[in-house]
Design a protein around this ligand. Sequence first.
Ligand SMILES: [Zn+2]
Length: 58
Amino acid sequence: MNCWHCNHELIWGGDHDIEEDDENFSIETNLSCPQCGTFVLVFLPKIYTEEKEEDAEQ
Ligand SMILES: [Zn+2]
């Protein structure tokens, strides 16, 4: 994934499990840009992980 502002490749900072703290999202991923310093947070919707789990059971 590239930076929104300068298009440099972002550095993955880590994933946080926020399932118990957040109503709508299960994983928070943070990324940062080494070139311009932009910080990006990505939230994965719970509905997505729930669908994944259903697929795995079948
Ligand atoms: Zn950038």
